[in-house]
Design a protein around this ligand. Structure first.
Ligand SMILES: CCCCCCCC/C=C\CCCCCCCC(=O)N[C@@H](Cc1ccc(O)cc1)C(=O)O
Ligand SMILES: [Zn+2]
Ligand SMILES: [Zn+2]
Length: 510
């Protein structure tokens, strides 16, 4: 049947089309301009800034430099520099005498080299909170560094050293803030714990996990817990107008999967049609070529971008405010960069491959390790099923040597004490917008989920993309100013946490 349309019906259709377009544009604009305003200031005053004397300022830089000179390296799950870990114990005792000698502090060693402090508050009706950091670092050799990685030397206002970002500046920053608070006669109202793990870089089995066991035997529950995270990102999120603070409200899950292929060994002069190395390589290639699905918007990453929509330049601001409409475009754009891709999907990283012993021997076995980081909307089981379907070869034996689901999503609503107190402290100190986010790496905090539902990851420092590349990389460093601001942050956070009410905020021009 032929469809014929007269002039009149074309006119009606055009009218309907234009009217629909106008409605869509109006909805998009309305949603954009009705967004919650992020420029917030807090009712009432937070804790005042710490005023430092010049000698106190020098003292805090020296405290960090001394810590960086102790090579507390975690080389592998079975190899740590235990001499350095011993030395670190003595170091913090001498650098922070008030913390160690205060009658308000109960101190204990856990797992041999981790440290647990319980700082007694005056009001036992308030649940304690916890600040977590780690004192071990990943290895570093001097090649490629401007200053040796374990020298604690300084250049152009930056203190260099492995651990200066990850994570000794937080270890020292937390202890230094408490040392200064005690010096000023501070007595906390709310009790809190400080946990300093010694093996975070190798999963926290003997450090953070043992701290958790210790607290569990005492039936401790926490109001909130704060561990390392990405911090205030400057120029890192494409298209944003100014630095943005991201509080990690969950962490991706992880699977470390071993792949093994066995085949008859033999002389290389008579190779089989398919060898163990060839079968394994084909499987690895299929995994790399077939990325797991783009799930942008199905986890809390949608909230990150919706809450930050006003912080993006046009037209991204309209698109972010209307993910219901623009999700297909944004999700594809995000997947173009490694950091954006890590947010939108479960990632697949081929990290180890082994096979063969001699040039003229067909090996009996080839093995590989693949590291997956799970999007918050997926589980270990789902990912393993998808991986088997992608490989589709029974000769490839799969064995997950480590696997855990994405961490629960911590609350970030207006009523949550921990989130709002953190947000308030960040806003006061950095004057930047704050949003919840997915932490794409793992931290020791993942072991604490039975002690509190409010687990947050945030490091109080402004980080550029270049700075992020220094974490576990070359020339890791922190500016003097950045370190001092970090201490200000803990100084204020500890005092702000003494409140028994959730901070209320009002909209205003910041
Ligand atoms: C006075 C305070 C100054 C604050 C300065 C802090 C700067 C920090 C800046 C950035 C930190 C970036 C945080 C990176 C965290 C990396 C975590 C990581 O690499 N984890 C590993 C290993 C791991 C750890 C724990 C686990 O349970 C599993 C794995 C990972 O592979 O994810
Ligand atoms: Zn770390
Ligand atoms: Zn690290």
């Amino acid at each position: 049947m032929a469809i014929s349309m007269g002039k009149g019906s074309v006119g009606v259709l055009t009218g309907v089309f234009i009217a629909s377009l106008a409605v869509v544009v109006a909805v998009l604009l309305l949603r954009t301009y009705n967004l919650p305003e992020l420029k917030v200031a807090w009712k009432g005053k937070g804790a005042p800034r710490i005023e430092l004397e010049e000698d106190e300022r020098e003292q805090l830089y020296e405290a960090l430099k001394g810590a960086l000179r102790i090579p507390t390296v975690s080389f592998s799950p079975s190899e740590q520099n235990t001499t350095a870990l011993e030395e670190f114990k003595e170091y913090i005792k001498s650098a922070f005498p008030r913390v160690f000698n205060s009658s308000l502090v109960e101190y204990e060693l856990v797992g041999g080299y981790s440290h647990l402090f319980n700082v007694q508050g005056s009001d036992n009706s308030l649940l304690p909170y916890m600040l977590l950091a780690h004192l071990d670092v990943v290895p570093a050799t001097p090649e490629g560094w401007d200053l040796p990685p374990f020298s604690g030397e300084e250049k152009d206002g930056y203190i260099y050293g492995r651990g200066s970002l990850d994570d000794k500046s937080r270890v020292i920053g937390i202890l230094q803030a408490l040392e200064f608070l005690f010096k000023k006669g501070y007595k906390p109202r709310r009790s809190f714990y400080i946990g300093l793990g010694h093996d975070e870089e190798i999963s926290g089995r003997h450090g953070a996990k043992e701290i958790v066991k210790t607290l569990e035997t005492r039936n401790v529950k926490l109001e909130y817990l704060l561990d390392e995270g990405f911090g205030v990102l400057d120029g890192v999120i494409y298209g944003t107008k100014r630095p943005i603070a991201l509080i990690g409200v969950t962490e991706k899950g992880a699977i470390t999967l071993n792949l093994t292929v066995n085949s008859p060994p033999g002389h290389s002069s008579m190779p089989p049609r398919e060898s163990s190395i060839g079968i394994l390589s084909a499987a690895l290639s299929r995994l790399e070529q077939n990325r797991l699905p783009n799930l942008f918007g199905t986890g809390p990453e949608g909230s990150t971008f919706e809450q930050l929509a006003n912080e993006f330049y046009w037209p991204l601001n309209i698109m972010m405010a209307n993910l219901w409409f623009f999700n297909p475009i944004i999700s594809r754009l995000m997947a173009l960069t490694p950091s954006g891709n890590a947010i939108v999907r479960t990632t697949t990283a081929l990290t180890i491959v082994n096979g063969g012993i001699k040039a003229n021997v067909i090996p009996a076995t080839a093995t590989a390790t693949v590291n997956f980081r799970l999007h918050p909307a997926q589980t270990v089981e789902e990912v393993l099923n998808m991986v088997s379907e992608i490989i589709m070869d029974e000769r490839v034996i799969l064995s997950a040597i480590k696997a855990f689901d994405p961490l629960p999503i911590s609350p970030y609503d207006e009523e949550n004490f921990g989130y709002q107190t953190l947000k308030r402290t960040i806003t006061d100190l950095f004057s930047v917008p704050v949003a919840p986010a997915v932490c794409t790496v793992n931290t020791d905090s993942r072991h604490f989920v039975n002690l509190t539902e409010s687990v947050y990851r945030f490091s109080p420092v402004v980080m550029t993309a270049e700075d992020l590349g220094r974490v576990h990389g070359l020339n890791e460093r922190i500016s003097r100013e950045g370190f001092e601001t970090g201490i200000q942050f803990y100084w204020q956070l500890i005092q702000n946490s003494d409140s028994d009410t959730v901070p209320v905020h009002r909209h205003s021009e910041l």
